[in-house]
Design a protein around this ligand. Structure first.
Ligand SMILES: *[C@@H]1O[C@H](CO)[C@@H](O)[C@H](O)[C@H]1NC(C)=O
Length: 258
């Protein structure tokens, strides 16, 4: 009698446990908890992204793994397009009243290239949206294909600024060896008429991008140019002296160039 009872008790305990496990799945409280975990992750990643844009978070090597999906959603969203469009509208507003252009050929404007004039999204779509450590050789191989699409709103701004008679300088941390591919790509998607395309030569390659960019600006200022503005997607394009009268940042939370 004693022996036969034991399995029955176990069966009872197990079945109770099983039922409570199954029903736990359908518990309304748990359902809420799961949604709030999702909401917390979204707000965590949103604040990570905004703090990258504010330059509070600096020098990250990869997008935090838990936010890769979020960054992917943002970079491919209509919000990213709206944010970029708004930034470029602000430039137009500024340029229409900011500057007494002398028309002496010394009024200058600076653009970055990657994720400013040309999008690298097709590359990062295939390489983890910033979730993988940046592989320079595979990114550069992609650049030699000259297939970066134009960022539409920057393209229209580019021509607007050029038509006002400003000289346009493209300063990029792309290597000098990528020059012909870069020119091909720019022309193919509608950019033309810039004054100079400045890329990183061998001697600049081991310099911090921030320092490289400010050295190039110093050279322009020494040549008598007045730099009215910079449009870029990296803080390293704005930092250091000499500066520009104004800078305008496009969103980019996929990578950080110091
Ligand atoms: C970087 O990409 C190249 C191919 O373009 C590949 O051969 C190499 O293994 C990659 N390096 C790393 C560290 O993933």
């Amino acid at each position: 009698m004693q022996m036969a009872k034991t399995p029955a008790v176990f069966l009872l305990i197990f079945s109770t446990l099983f039922i409570s496990l199954v029903s736990a799945d359908w518990n309304i409280l748990n359902q809420r908890k799961r949604n709030s975990v999702r909401a917390n992750l979204k707000s965590y990643c949103e604040s990570w992204r905004i703090n990258v844009e504010l330059n509070n978070i600096r020098g990250f090597n990869v997008v935090p793994q838990e936010c890769v999906e979020y960054v992917k959603k943002y970079m491919t969203s209509s919000q990213y397009k709206a944010d970029s469009e708004r930034a470029m509208e602000e430039v137009k507003l500024y340029i229409s009243g900011c500057c007494t252009l002398r028309g002496d050929g010394k009024d200058a404007w600076i653009f970055d290239i990657d994720d400013t004039l040309l999008s690298t999204l097709p590359y990062f779509k295939k390489h983890g949206f910033g979730g993988n450590k940046l592989n320079a050789s595979s990114l550069e191989a992609w650049m030699t294909e000259s297939k970066g699409p134009a960022l539409k709103h920057t393209l229209s701004l580019f021509h607007d600024i050029k038509d006002r008679g400003l000289r346009i300088f493209l300063i990029s941390s792309r290597k000098e060896t990528l020059r012909s591919f870069t020119v091909d790509n720019l022309i193919k998607v509608g950019y033309h008429g810039w004054t100079s395309l400045i890329l990183r030569g061998l001697e600049d390659e081991f310099m911090e991008v921030k320092k490289y960019q400010s050295r190039v600006r110093q050279r322009l200022v020494d040549e008598g140019y007045r730099i009215w503005g910079i449009v870029g997607d990296q803080w390293s394009s704005f930092e250091g002296l000499p500066g520009a009268k104004r800078t305008f940042k496009l969103p980019n939370s996929m990578y950080y160039i110091a």
